[in-house]
Design a protein around this ligand. Structure first.
Ligand code: NAD
Length: 328
């Protein structure tokens, strides 16, 4: 097939392009930028701004399927401080991309929503009840990022109802792995924690800063499981939004300890004020298991081991070039 992946210069999009190429498809990537950490495997790459309708129209020309991953996004620090920019940019990107796909006669469309759609009132305790797909309504996402995801989910659902296209909708729960943003302000918790622990290891200062009291909870899903889940959902006949994540909940303090264990480094946690997002969040994977007959299987320990090795090397090259590279 001929496939467009938007956001192909970003973390998940880059890995998805590699996965789709390995399956033998022809792939066009589209993004504001090319991938930062490794060359793309895409056959064609359009550097473009999907907030512009003409760019989205051009990107969708001649493809059978679209995976829409482009978004202005980042970790809690970024999402909680840029509501207007995120809502307006992402609404433009997603309306243009879906409209462009409809005009180009694309058959199948994949939209990447987020656990950030779930209402704040269901996530007030660290010991949270795992979130089911139906919990999204009555809607009250914490951030504009989540409101926009709900809007585009609805666009896709109505496009399905009107038989304009076959759309599939996923709600990711904290995807992590190598080649994700690890510094600069948009990084998410696992990459940020790997960076902080790598600094502790390479500088010899064991102090690691943690935003808040460290008791806030999340679940984390490794990138290889994520791209496999995307592929399975795209081929399924499930038209409603579906969670895709791990259902093992850990606190941010536990995440720090797991990264330190993966690194073989002793750390001293220092809790500092900072944006924390909702108090607790976990995925209910009942529907995922029922619909796909599958669920993510790479353990958090294994995923963090692979991610730490990659982030440590990035930190070493950029900040400690004289330190030795690890051999294992
Ligand atoms: P990412 O930030 O690494 O990738 C997004 C890409 O979109 C970036 O490369 C960015 O340059 C591109 N982009 C932004 N604005 C654009 C524009 N105007 N035109 C063209 N491209 C533009 O993020 P990611 O982690 O790879 O996430 C991919 C998708 O999955 C996003 O839609 C995100 O909201 C969603 N998601 C991710 C997570 C996660 O844990 N990573 C969780 C929930 C949902």
């Amino acid at each position: 097939m001929r496939i467009l992946v938007t956001g192909a210069g970003g973390f998940i999009g880059h890995h998805l392009v590699t996965y789709l190429k390995a399956q033998g498809h022809w792939v066009r990537g589209a993004d504001l930028k090319k991938p930062e950490y490794a060359p793309t495997d895409a056959d064609e790459f359009s550097v473009c701004d999907l907030r512009e309708r003409a760019a989205a129209d051009a990107a969708a020309q001649g493809v059978d399927e679209v995976y829409a991953l482009a978004a202005d996004m980042g970790g809690m620090g970024y999402i909680s401080a840029n509501h207007y920019t995120i809502l307006s940019s992402n609404a433009l990107i997603n309306i243009n991309t879906l409209e462009g796909a409809l005009r180009a006669g694309v058959k199948r469309y994949f939209y990447t929503s987020s656990a950030c759609v779930y209402p704040e009132y269901k996530q007030t305790s660290a010991d949270v009840v795992p979130l089911k797909e139906d919990d999204a309504y009555p809607a009250q996402p914490q951030d504009a990022y989540g409101w926009e995801k709900l809007l585009t989910e609805r666009l896709c659902l109505h496009a399905n109802e009107e038989k304009r296209i076959t759309a599939r909708i996923v709600r990711f729960h904290n995807i992590f792995g190598p080649q994700g943003t690890w510094d600069g302000g948009r990084e998410k918790a696992p990459a940020a924690m790997c960076r902080k622990v790598a600094f502790a290891e390479l500088s010899g200062n064991p102090e690691v800063e943690i935003w808040g009291d460290g008791k806030q909870t999340r679940s984390f899903c490794y990138i290889d499981d994520c791209v496999e889940g995307i592929s399975r959902l795209m081929r399924s006949d499930h038209a409603e939004p579906l969670n895709l994540g791990q259902d093992r909940m850990v606190s941010i303090d536990q995440l720090a300890d797991l990264v330190a264990a993966a690194a073989g480094v002793q750390i001293v946690k220092k809790h500092v004020p900072g944006p924390q997002g909702v108090r607790g969040r976990n995925s209910d994977n009942s529907k995922l298991r029922a619909v796909l007959g599958w669920e993510p299987r790479i353990s958090l320990e294994e995923g963090l081991k692979r991610t730490y090795a990659w982030v440590r090397e990035e930190v070493r090259r950029k900040h400690f070039p004289k330190a030795a590279a690890r051999t294992s």
